[in-house]
Design a protein around this ligand. Structure first.
Ligand code: SF4
Length: 440
């Protein structure tokens, strides 16, 4: 198999060793201070591949990949920023900085869409940690060794997984509970391994989680999905890492055993598909029979640009990827800095969609993965001369909701489902009666 002798092993760059980066020293003192202040609150991690190959340093701070992976001052309110900056200026004890950072984080909705409460299934009367079962056919599994990523997205909606507070983490140490649960749930056809990024694990660890799913009594599990950003942030994982070949063999075995392996590739910007190693990673995965789908949220300062999306989908299709979702960024973390109103997201989606061929129009968006389900904003229409959003559930807590169109009053400022109001004097959406937690 192909090996690139010149590719160094993965080494994270974090707040404490960022001084090693020559690019860091080329930043202005204000920019360096921003990184130190904001990374005291929100998790920061990158690596030399992202820094050397994905960021255009001549365009920093506006460069989209810099915005995506480096802390930005606007991620904190002016008050919170000054609180941390003052503590750092005063050389305050580490505990004091951490306490202030913790208080700020807890005001940023660490687990949006009811993840910690509504989606955790029970087995024999006990909640199963590290599992979510929101829609009948799909179970999400969070392996504990996969709760980190090769680099962190600054807007990350799973950021609570990375900050070392056990109460906020959501992970399973082994797959025993998953297997027992799946035995009792023949309606489950898809298991999604997610995180963090399960591809951060050594192949031997991932194998321990996945292999038990090949048991004959779990034959109803037909698709194994791997949610990963490694294809963008560390494609070497599939090409030159010392167990890259083992990983491909594992996928090959799953496919030979009759399972569909879908790599849910998190791609935010066309630059992530621009390097030879990123293309090689795609080629190798496809060669062993994996399907790769592309998905990402729309993020202010990163990809709030129809041409970026169209270019991403075109490049993807050329390499054999399947454009899948444009998501709306969730109501968590530094949302104010990154959010794009729904009305604007719809315009961006339509403009991008209209530029690509039918092969890229497999993509759906903008989509909110909200508490009651996955809600697609189809667009804006007029009823009695009044503008309305036209929405549909792609997935619902109640499967009967799926595909049923509904309307919401047009609101140019709305950024999430719970900002929306029903039309024509109706007080509630049809799903509100079953989901009093819709605005959770
Ligand atoms: S890849 Fe996903 S889980 Fe990892 S930092 Fe980015 S958004 Fe968060």
């Amino acid at each position: 198999m192909h090996q690139n002798e010149h590719s160094p092993p993965y080494q994270p760059i974090v707040r404490s060793n960022i001084d090693q980066l020559p690019q860091y020293h080329a930043l202005s003192p204000e920019q360096r201070q921003q990184i130190k202040v904001v990374s005291a609150v929100f998790p920061f991690r990158t690596n030399r591949y992202v820094v050397d190959h994905l960021i255009d340093w001549a365009d920093v701070p506006h460069d989209p990949m810099y915005q995506l992976t480096f802390p930005q001052q606007g991620m904190l309110s002016a008050h919170d920023y000054e609180t941390i900056a003052r503590l750092l200026r005063q050389n305050a004890p580490r505990d004091a900085v951490q306490q202030a950072a913790h208080e700020i984080r807890m005001r940023h909705n660490p687990h949006p869409a009811g993840q910690m409460t509504y989606n955790v299934p029970n087995l024999d009367g006990e909640p199963l940690p590290g599992l979510q079962h929101k829609y009948p056919e799909t179970v999400l599994f969070f392996p504990s060794k996969g709760q980190t990523c090769h680099a962190y997205c600054s807007y990350c909606f799973r950021w609570a997984q990375f900050i070392g507070v056990q109460d906020l983490r959501f992970a399973a140490k082994e797959s025993d509970g998953l297997v027992r649960y799946l035995r009792q749930h023949p309606e489950v056809t898809d298991v999604l391994f997610t995180g963090g990024d399960p591809a951060i694990m050594k192949t031997s660890a991932l194998r321990q989680y996945i292999e038990p799913l090949l048991a004959p009594e779990l034959d109803h599990v037909q698709s194994i999905r791997i949610g990963t950003k490694s294809l963008a942030y560390w494609p070497q994982r599939f090409v030159t890492d010392d167990d890259a070949d083992d990983l491909l063999h594992l996928f090959e075995e799953l496919i030979a055993a009759g399972r569909h392996v879908a790599i849910m590739g998190h791609y935010s910007h066309p630059r992530e598909l621009s390097t030879p190693v990123a293309e090689e990673a795609v080629r190798r995965l496809r060669d062993v029979g994996c399907e790769i789908r592309m998905q990402a949220p729309i993020i202010r300062h990163v990809n709030d640009d129809p041409h970026a999306w169209a270019s991403l989908w075109r490049r993807g299709v050329r390499l054999g990827l399947v454009p899948y979702y444009m998501f709306v960024s969730r109501d968590t973390g530094p949302k104010n800095y990154f959010e794009v109103p729904l009305a604007e997201s719809v315009k961006i989606f339509r403009k991008a969609y209209s530029q690509v061929s039918g092969l890229a129009r497999t993509v759906r968006g903008p989509v909110m993965s909200a508490t009651p389900g996955k809600v697609l904003i189809n667009g804006v229409a007029h009823i009695d001369s009044q503008p309305v959003f036209v929405l549909t559930f792609l997935q619902g807590r109640d499967p009967a909701w799926v595909g049923r169109p509904f309307f919401a009053r047009y609101d140019p400022e709305a950024t999430w489902l719970f900002d929306l109001q029903p039309t024509h004097g109706t007080k509630e959406f049809f799903f509100d009666a079953s989901t009093e937690y819709v605005s959770a």
